[in-house]
Design a protein around this ligand. Structure first.
Ligand code: F0G
Length: 417
């Protein structure tokens, strides 16, 4: 199924339809973010069985490049760790936690090489950057994108420059970003300020921009949804929930599902539930109020620092994804996010705070009657528990016991558990 090496697909604007080259990020005609044109095989829906067969037989160890026929067929020698092929957990306890009558499924993207789903987009983004002759790559980040970019750039021999909100990224992510050798620039203000700066700097200084505004990142992240459908035997669940910040991932899921249905790989798409943190929820408000334009949140604040974003770039694509799948948006409070995180951690699965927003959002949607109790629901956990050790330790409910001096006291401590 792998096509011969050749030029990259062109881009096209989802808003006005204008076509352009593979290096475009925004449409020259209307200014909106562009998409990569899907390499959909001839034959439409009839091609689905052949594609599924090719995916099944693929010897690729990467859970991204395994699906390259629907992603970037002409990239023959990618920068890959490899990423993907992440576990799908089943948890009856978390099903009950959400108010469901059946187990909750959790696709753990924190099990990627740098501990977050960003690796799925970065293997494609950095491979394209290298193929296009870039010397330096750049991003703004709440921490996971910068960790992933730093690692993949190091593997590719490219210089990485990252803009991070000063004092607002989790320790594990900062450690990774610096250790992998990125040039890190701390910016006073939120992610939104860092994002505006990197867009300016990339244009002025010739840095190859690898935030999820880059459509090739989106192509790689499509593989999360494709692999999940594959895990489920190419049968869509009822709902697919994910945490939402800059909204690249929600956009990627929407595009993957649209294309998977068009290619006949699956019959139908799951409904998407995009969950924001209440203190950083401009997209939730847009969806709730049926507005036409996103109104940015000037002072986003949440314990889930990964999604502490007030001016998400990909809101138009994400809104389309919700509309097309009959989906919804939710907002969960920090307390709800932390409660969900403790439940996920205590089930032995574990995740960083932002990831738990997906479970907190499902719990809310079930309580509100939006998701039926007997629905099959999959939550995407986007980052590993070890990404944010400070938040985890700070919000624990089980303090460690001090070792007592005698065996009797020790027995009481252990047996009272
Ligand atoms: N979950 C985690 C763990 C994240 O790191 C992010 C985004 C999201 C969810 C939201 O994804 O932005 O596509 O809606 N992190 C970015 C970063 C912003 O810089 O690492 P999104």
């Amino acid at each position: 199924m792998t096509a011969a090496p050749g030029p990259l697909q062109p881009t096209e604007c989802p808003s006005c339809g204008s076509a352009g080259g593979p290096d475009r990020i925004r449409c020259e005609a209307c200014g909106d973010l562009v998409d990569v044109r899907a390499p959909l095989p001839a034959g439409g829906r009839a091609a689905g069985a052949a594609l599924r067969e090719a995916f099944e037989r693929s010897p690729e160890r990467s859970g991204v490049w395994r699906y390259r026929a629907l992603i970037a067929p002409t990239i023959a020698d990618p920068v890959s760790m490899p990423e993907g092929r992440t576990p799908l957990f089943e948890s009856a306890r978390l099903g009950r936690f959400c108010g469901l009558s059946r187990p909750l499924l959790l696709k753990h993207e924190g099990m990627n090489p740098t501990g977050s789903f960003k690796d799925r987009g970065m293997t494609v983004g950095v491979s394209v950057a290298r193929a296009r002759g870039a010397r330096a790559v750049a991003c703004a980040s709440t921490g996971n994108t910068s960790a992933s970019l730093a690692a993949y750039a190091a593997r590719a021999g490219l210089r990485a420059v990252v803009f991070i909100p000063a004092g607002k990224i989790a320790l594990g992510k900062l450690a990774q970003t610096l250790a992998y050798g990125a040039r890190a620039i701390q910016v006073d203000g939120s992610f939104d300020r860092a994002m505006a700066l990197v867009e300016e700097a990339a244009a002025a200084l010739g840095l190859y921009l690898l935030n999820s505004v880059n459509p090739w990142r989106i192509e790689g992240q499509k593989a999360i949804a494709l692999e999940l459908l594959h895990d489920l035997g190419w049968r869509a669940p009822d709902w697919l929930a994910l945490p939402a910040g800059n909204l690249g991932n929600t956009s990627a899921f929407g595009k993957a599902l649209r294309e998977a249905v068009a290619a006949g790989v699956v019959e139908r798409a799951p409904r998407l539930l995009a969950v924001q943190a209440a203190g950083a929820s401009p997209f939730y408000r847009l969806w709730r109020d049926g507005g036409a334009e996103l109104v940015p949140e000037p002072r986003p604040e949440t314990v889930a620092t990964a999604i502490r974003i007030g001016d998400p770039r990909s809101w138009k694509k994400a809104l389309r994804a919700l509309r097309e799948t009959g989906g919804a948006a939710e907002a969960a409070s920090d307390e709800e996010i932390l409660e969900a995180k403790r439940a996920i951690d205590a089930d032995g699965i574990g995740c960083e705070p932002a990831s738990a927003a997906s479970v907190a959002g499902v719990r809310r949607a079930v309580a509100a009657g939006r998701i039926p109790r007997d629905a099959q629901v999959v939550c995407v956990l986007t980052g590993h528990l070890l990404k944010d050790p400070d938040a985890t330790v700070k919000h624990l409910r089980n303090e460690p016991a001090r070792a007592p001096a005698d065996l009797g006291a020790l027995r009481r401590l252990i047996e009272e558990e």
